[in-house]
Design a protein around this ligand. Structure first.
Ligand code: ARG
Length: 272
């Protein structure tokens, strides 16, 4: 199985090397860690994510990608004695499994909700974070219900569970909302800040982080308890890597590292 995959990757690499003689391509052909986990690039655990999605993943002032997910996957990398390398790529290719299947990365860590649909194309780790959806507006322009948004523009982030939730509500309740989909979180937040939309839906921790960074501008006006859980994902069938991810998560939960990382990136834990 692993051999077949590697041959497929090799074939792809060879095809891409325009006019190059076979064998001359400099591409890394991957490697296997001492722990027997196959990786697409030797010495690295390559992570696909979609930036920005603070506090889970975003660039700090020096351009380094940091966040809750980054810190947790660093634990997996350490366990495998390799370094995490992060690839920023649209969410669509992450959630569809395309990026993992094509060997763009070993693992996906993108504040990604575990859903039945995604489970068909990805293998998810144990859940590592609980989330809900939230409706944000500018301060002083609060809207408490979706019904109040009739005839108005509501922003969502393309390909996300927030977008799915809103589209389902609009359909089920025949709401006359103009739903506008943005390609990433930055575009959505910009749209809200510049009155392109009167409200915007995304995962609650992401709004909390935005409010921390831009005090007084935006408020969470309403919440939708969607009961979501985030999972890291690997290519379907990559049981060795999935095991390493789950073991690193479990160890972090036991030894207090998870709580430390949670406190650093998310803040105080809600009462259980
Ligand atoms: N939790 C939501 C979902 O899974 C949003 C994730 C968006 N993540 C990102 N890194 N852009 O659909």
């Amino acid at each position: 199985m692993r051999m077949t995959n590697r041959l497929a990757v090799l074939a792809a690499v060879t095809t891409l090397a325009i006019g190059g003689a076979a064998g001359c391509a400099k591409e890394d052909k991957g490697g296997t860690t001492d722990t027997g986990v196959a990786l697409i690039k030797s010495g690295s655990l390559t992570t696909c994510t979609h930036l920005p999605y603070a506090p889970f993943q975003s660039k700090d002032s020096s351009g380094k990608v940091v966040g809750f997910d980054v810190a947790l996957i660093d634990l997996v990398a350490t366990k495998l004695s390799v370094k995490q390398e992060i690839v920023d790529t649209p969410f669509e290719g992450i959630k569809s499994g395309a990026d993992l299947n094509s060997g763009k990365c070993d693992v996906a860590a993108a504040g990604m909700t575990i859903t039945d649909e995604r489970k068909k194309v990805l293998d998810f780790s144990d859940p590592y974070f609980d989330a809900t959806q939230a409706l944000a507006t500018q301060t002083g322009k609060e809207v408490k219900t979706l019904e109040e948004l009739a005839g108005k523009r509501l922003g969502v982030q393309g390909g996300t569970t927030g977008e799915d939730y809103i589209n389902t509500q609009v359909k089920e309740k025949s709401l006359k909302i103009e739903v506008v989909s943005y390609k990433d979180l930055a575009a959505l937040q910009q749209a809200l800040a510049t009155n392109q939309v009167v409200a915007a839906v995304n995962d609650l921790p992401v709004w909390n982080e935005y409010i921390k960074a831009n005090p007084g501008k935006v408020v969470v006006a309403a919440g939708f308890d969607t009961g979501e859980q985030y999972g890291f994902a690997v290519k379907k069938g990559n049981a060795e890597l999935l095991k390493a991810v789950n073991e690193a998560l479990a160890a972090a939960r036991t030894d207090g590292t998870y709580d430390k990382i949670y406190a650093e990136w998310i803040g105080a834990k809600p009462a259980a």
